[in-house]
Ligand binder design. Structure first.
Ligand code: C2E
Ligand code: CA
Ligand code: CA
Ligand code: CA
Length: 278
């Protein structure tokens, strides 16, 4: 629908209306998605490049929408954040990921951790630590098998962030700094943050085999992580060339399509685990 402005200018583009309607629909449907069991957690395996062993999985939410099909989080997580639905969704993902991991452990699957993304709202939620504690008790997953992924942009108030991170450390979960290198982060604070891992963002990986600047940045992040005694993992590895450059630079933890796309829990079992009965 186009509307005529006072001085004759068109002030809605058709695209904008379509997008807006789409978002309103998504918001309406998202409120019911959890109770209708339309949300799913996919898992992307992470590998050690030398042993080729699976060393972890990242939980990535999907929405099996009744008419729109399988929606990626980029479509609905921003809307969930705007509307506050992210608390409910985030809690559901955490519980489901912990439950699934415990089930895999008990069923003879590898004893690996699961990484779960936290949104900024969740990270600053007052009862975050308590509800994570509750979920761990409820699902009986040992805390060190849960890794929380946060981003630099959530750490704008370093004093507050450090205190939240210390509390999460106390309950024994691991913390990794996602999309590392894309946000503003003061290196002097980095050494004060009680975190365990840096996750090199895909944007530095995409052109890694051609772009000398990216190569230098990646090498620097890896060496800095070593000096700060942090683990380091690279994400978005799609090619053998990219893998080789990371290996040359002593980054052995790898996540990306080169090894595996994110998969449903069933697919993970079928492709990567010994036949286990669940
Ligand atoms: P992210 O945390 O940076 O997750 C990695 C994204 O990169 C995933 O997209 C994954 O499918 C994709 N990816 C992995 N390997 C490759 C590769 O080799 N090549 C390419 N081109 N892409 C690769 P996805 O699943 O669409 O998730 C997008 C973003 O949505 C995530 O980015 C994360 O920020 C957010 N997200 C996903 N699940 C959750 C969740 O449960 N809670 C919150 N708060 N955010 C989530
Ligand atoms: Ca992530
Ligand atoms: Ca990331
Ligand atoms: Ca990202």
């Amino acid at each position: 629908v186009k509307k005529q402005g006072k001085n004759g200018h068109l002030f809605y583009t058709p695209d904008f209306d379509v997008q807006l309607l789409e978002n309103i629909e998504i918001e309406r449907d998202l409120r019911k998605a959890i109770e209708r069991k339309e949300l799913m957690v996919y898992y992307q395996p992470q590998f050690h490049s030398e042993s080729n062993r699976m060393i972890g999985v990242e939980a990535l939410v999907r929405w099996n929408h009744p008419t729109k099909g399988l929606l990626s989080p980029g479509v609905f997580i921003p809307i969930a954040e705007e509307t506050g639905l992210i608390y409910e969704i985030g809690t559901w993902v955490l519980r489901e990921a912990c439950r699934q991991m415990k089930q895999w452990h008990d069923g003879g699957g590898p004893l690996i951790p699961v990484s779960v993304n936290l949104s900024s709202h969740q990270f600053h939620q007052r009862n975050l630590v308590q509800y994570i504690k509750n979920i761990l008790e409820e699902t009986k997953l040992a805390p060190h098998f849960l890794e929380l992924e946060i981003t630099e942009s959530m750490m704008m108030d370093p004093a507050v962030s450090i205190s939240i991170l210390h509390e999460l450390n106390k309950i024994g979960t691991r913390i990794s700094l996602d999309d590392f290198g894309t946000g503003y982060s003061s290196l002097s604070y980095l050494k004060k943050f009680p975190i365990h891992k840096l996750k090199i963002d895909r944007s530095f990986i995409t052109d890694l085999s051609r772009n000398e600047n990216d190569k230098a940045i990646v090498a620097t992040i890896i060496s800095m992580a070593k000096h700060l005694k942090l683990d380091v993992i690279a994400e978005g590895i799609e090619t053998k060339d990219q893998l080789d450059i990371l290996t040359e630079n002593h980054c052995k933890e790898i996540q990306g399509y080169y090894y595996s796309r994110p998969l449903s829990a069933n697919e993970v079992e079928q492709v990567f685990f010994m036949p286990i009965r669940t």
